[in-house]
Ligand binder design. Structure first.
Ligand SMILES: CC(C)(COP(=O)(O)OP(=O)(O)OC[C@H]1O[C@@H](n2cnc3c(N)ncnc32)[C@H](O)[C@@H]1OP(=O)(O)O)[C@@H](O)C(=O)NCCC(=O)NCCS
Length: 158
């Protein structure tokens, strides 16, 4: 398993670049909310100095929201480890649920989260039309050649 480090203020410039590389902009948009690197918490999976995975999350009342999750080397357990760290952290902060937004094209993420105890809890049809106003870089066709249209929210009650 890789070393897992907590994201610190010193990591913000690198997070900005990481999100640019992975998600086409230095901020993340979900449910019409913009998340900036300086306002999220996170864990980094490291191989030496190299970032091979990252989860960013944010607390709001008794909710813990996963803002982004990336494993740069897939099927090695990095995504699972990072999710487990966030759940542990949410419990330590007395959260009642962990939730996240993904999109209709991301079949791998939909499978990944459901296999790890998350349940679908909301569908925002055509939400990407609004999201594109904030982030025009978002393509019309997403993963697996699927039109990228809808936001799907998943949650885990703690
Ligand atoms: C979704 C994502 C985070 C999953 O991360 P991952 O590190 O590949 O996930 P894991 O390796 O923990 O688990 C994936 C599979 O690998 C298998 N696996 C885990 N460790 C393994 C190992 N050491 N050897 C072989 N297989 C392994 C698991 O069994 C799992 O299969 P399952 O889901 O059928 O149970 C990753 O695919 C990703 O970064 N996708 C792009 C970004 C994205 O879509 N993020 C989510 C949007 S919110």
């Amino acid at each position: 398993m890789p070393a897992i480090h907590r994201l610190t203020a010193a990591d913000v410039p690198r997070l900005r670049q990481f999100w640019r590389d992975r998600w086409d902009a230095e901020f993340v948009v979900a449910h019409e909310t913009v998340f900036h690197p300086e306002n999220v918490s996170g864990f980094i999976a490291l191989d030496g100095n190299e970032w091979i995975g990252l989860v960013a999350y944010s607390f709001s009342d008794t909710d813990c929201e996963i803002v982004s999750l990336d494993a740069l080397r897939e099927n090695e357990g990095i995504g699972t480890t990072l999710i487990e760290k966030v759940i542990e952290e949410a419990k330590a902060n007395q959260c009642r649920r962990v939730h996240l937004t993904t999109t209709n094209d991301n079949l791998r993420a939909l499978g990944f989260y459901q296999k790890r105890g998350f349940q679908l809890c909301a569908l925002r049809v055509n939400a990407m039309e609004e999201t594109r106003k904030l982030k025009p870089e978002i393509p019309l066709i997403g993963e697996n050649g699927i039109p990228l249209r809808d936001e799907i929210e998943l949650e885990m009650m703690l």
